[in-house]
Design a binder for this molecule. Structure first.
Ligand code: SAH
Ligand code: DHB
Ligand code: MG
Length: 218
């Protein structure tokens, strides 16, 4: 509705608090130049993920949905020298560009990109991860959340992107499997006694969307 105003405010935040940042800017530009879709998190969202990772003293981070590695770079930068990140990507072309971007950012030794359906990769991982960021096919959010929880410890955070989708989340009778996946995610989060969870709707460069955040309490 006021997309150009939201863009301007995001640009203002970016200019005030982030500035030119070669590490992440290069990853975004190379991803777009390679023809990847323009759906990475916005810079201020990437920085929020970075701050969340630092807040939980993350030593191991899991990401589901790598694209060109933009959000991965923001989060991996929060890791200590011996920290590690695993990021899961279905599309081999996306994974290839992500590996290049991650290497250019000097993070290749800390970040492992696993190519293939995330569900298959998740079966091979061992936890705990201190932060999980779920940002892949939205229809699979219920499975991804269950896996992220299984791979968490007390105090881990689980963050899920794109839980509003311009308000489509309200449509309980939709046959859109992605919207159903988001709604089912909220049901699972609400019923799950091992987490405290909330969600925030956002406007900005990514339109009207939102994030869900769950803290694992036991
Ligand atoms: N987190 C990224 C954006 C991810 S976009 C960032 O903010 O920079 C979503 C990604 O999930 C796409 O690259 C898509 O190929 C990937 N994806 C879709 N379905 C998947 C699946 N089943 N398993 C793993 N990755 C998947
Ligand atoms: C889409 C996916 C995302 O993860 C996102 O942040 C925005 C859009 C998409 O598939 O359209
Ligand atoms: Mg997203």
């Amino acid at each position: 509705m006021s997309q150009s105003l939201w863009n301007d405010v995001d640009t203002y935040f970016e200019q005030s608090l982030i500035g030119k940042d070669v590490g992440v800017d290069a990853a975004r530009e190379a991803s777009l130049a390679a023809g990847l879709p323009d759906i990475a998190v916005a810079p201020n969202q990437g920085k929020l993920l970075h701050i969340l990772a630092r807040s939980v003293n993350a030593r191991r981070i899991l990401e589901i949905g790598t694209l060109g590695g933009y959000s991965a770079i923001w989060m991996a930068r929060a890791l200590p020298d011996d920290g590690e990140m695993v990021t899961l990507e279905y599309n081999p072309r996306h994974a290839e560009i992500a590996r290049e971007n991650i290497a250019r950012a000097g993070l290749a030794s800390k970040v492992k990109v696993i190519v293939g359906p995330a569900i298959e990769a998740l079966k091979t991982l061992s936890g705990p991860f201190d932060l999980s960021f779920i940002d892949a096919d939205k229809r699979s959010n219920p499975d991804y959340f269950r896996w992220a929880l299984k791979l968490s410890r007390k105090g881990s955070l689980i963050v899920v992107d794109n839980v509003v989708r311009g308000g489509k989340v309200l449509n309980s009778s939709t046959d859109d499997p992605d919207v159903q996946g988001i709604r089912r995610l909220f049901e699972i989060m609400a019923a799950e006694l091992r987490v405290v969870a909330t969600a925030i709707q956002t406007v900005g460069a990514k339109g009207h969307d939102g994030l869900a955040v769950a803290l694992v309490t036991t």
